[in-house]
Design a protein around this ligand. Structure first.
Ligand code: XLS
Ligand code: NI
Ligand code: NI
Length: 438
């Protein structure tokens, strides 16, 4: 067993924008008050287990490049323990308040589900100890219902009800564990819930199965008394061509159809928004407007690549608009910012994990400070208020209050020879204004 994987690296500190130290925060000053809370409490950042500790740095063309000690051949449970120790050493040195995991990231799958459950229980015991020792908390847990071959045609939406049952068994286990570990939320990303071709797929039936599955998850959550949010993570494609949880609007319609809109919120991933043809800000605003905003996966994509590249955020100005939308609405309740992000494959040094997360946290911090200025200044808010001011006056109120029929409106325009006067949208001026805050 390696003594300390990140031994050469000292805990990361805030040193301010002037610092020349690449292993220090320039903006993420966790105790600084922003909009009434500490930066740490506003951002609620989480490190994910799968990309940072489970993934070996492989891609479709090549093998793993990282070769961490726990990636070597050996007793899988021993390696899982080693991985656990390294993960918590990293969380602690980075100063991350939260982490996230899938069942299969932390413990190896056994020959039977019973064996898998046992493996998980043994690792979770150690995890609980590590959480107590470090004070690092669980932002959310989730079940991996997509990697194993049994899930090749989906989990809840599988043509075979036995697969549905197996998936249910995994969710029971991980939801219980999340509850036991004091997790703040539970996530369901659609995995392989979607399809490739209607030649072999009964879409209606599959959607009904998914509705049933989610209802069962809700029932179980209440049965065990889990108080966190249940979160669905929309994604338009990958791995399947048509993912059922395409985007926030699709998920919202689905939830309403199955009468689950009060039980689920969304975990919005930045690059999933882009893949769906939206901006991240659009997805966040849509969720907030409809009361289903929950949490964020804060990894970015690449505007030239049409897949989920899971890169660390590093553009503070891009962050600023999203964070403006989020914090203007009050920010997170139980959600947070999960770095569902991975290193590029050639970034093989342990240090690279720190650079990636430091850059991510600093970008979020700068975005948050910019959002704070935008909110406190109030100019952007004023522009919107004035733009819609007519709706607060007599005519607008009459229409919205249902006190004007189409025929009455027609008469009003004809009687008064009404000719509305177009006004400038001032987009360029507003973009310039935003740049002044950045
Ligand atoms: C995949 C998803 C996945 C979820 C957790 O694209 O982002 O990583 O966040 O299952
Ligand atoms: Ni994600
Ligand atoms: Ni993703």
């Amino acid at each position: 067993m390696t003594q300390s994987y990140f031994g050469s690296i000292a805990p990361i500190k805030y040193e301010g924008p002037q610092s020349e130290n690449p292993l220090a925060f320039r903006y993420y000053d966790k105790n600084r008050m922003v909009l009434g809370k500490t930066m740490e409490a506003q951002l609620r950042a989480a490190v994910c287990y799968w990309h940072s500790f489970a993934w070996e740095g492989s891609d479709v063309f090549g093998q793993g490049t990282f070769q961490r000690p726990w990636h070597k051949a050996g007793d899988p449970m021993q390696l899982a323990q080693e991985k656990l120790v390294a993960a918590f050493e990293f969380f602690e040195k980075l100063g991350a308040p939260y982490f996230t995991f899938h069942d299969r990231d932390v413990a190896p799958e056994g020959a039977t589900l019973k064996e898998s459950h046992n493996n998980l229980d043994r690792i979770l015991e150690g995890m609980q100890g590590q959480m107590q020792r470090t004070g690092v908390k669980l932002l959310w847990g989730t079940a991996n219902l997509f990697s194993n071959r049994r899930y090749l045609a989906g989990a809840a939406t599988n043509p075979d009800p036995e697969v549905f049952a197996y998936a249910a068994a995994q969710v029971v286990k991980v939801l219980d564990a999340t509850h036991r570990l004091g997790g703040a939320n539970y996530v369901l990303w659609g995995g392989r819930e979607g399809y490739e071709t209607l030649l072999n797929t009964d879409m209606k039936r599959e959607m009904d199965q998914l509705g049933r599955f989610l209802s069962l998850v809700v029932e179980h959550k209440h049965k065990i008394g889990f108080k966190g949010l249940l979160l669905i993570e929309p994604k338009p494609k990958e791995p399947t061509k048509h993912q059922y949880d395409f985007d926030t609007a699709t998920v919202y319609a689905f939830l309403q159809k199955y009468k689950l809109e009060n039980e689920f919120k969304v975990n919005i991933e930045a690059n999933h928004a882009i893949l769906a043809g939206h901006t991240f800000q659009h997805e966040v605003a849509y969720a907030i407007n409809n009361g289903i905003f929950g949490s964020l996966d804060i990894n970015r994509g690449d505007y030239l690549l049409g897949w989920d590249t899971d890169q660390f955020p590093n553009d503070p100005s891009e962050m600023a608009l999203v964070l403006y939308t989020l914090y203007r609405a009050g920010g997170f309740t139980t959600g947070g910012m999960n770095f569902d992000a991975k290193l590029r494959r050639p970034s093989i040094d342990p240090e690279d994990m720190f650079h990636a997360h430091i850059g991510g946290l600093d970008s979020l911090a700068r975005g948050l400070l910019t959002a704070e200025k935008m909110i406190n200044d109030g100019k952007l808010e004023d522009v919107i208020r004035q733009r819609y001011a007519g709706w607060e006056r007599e005519l607008g109120q009459k229409i919205l209050g249902g006190k004007a029929s189409l025929a009455e409106l027609s008469k009003l325009v004809l009687d008064q020879d009404l000719e509305p006067r177009p006004k400038s949208g001032r987009q360029e001026a507003l973009e310039n204004l935003v740049n002044r805050y950045i």
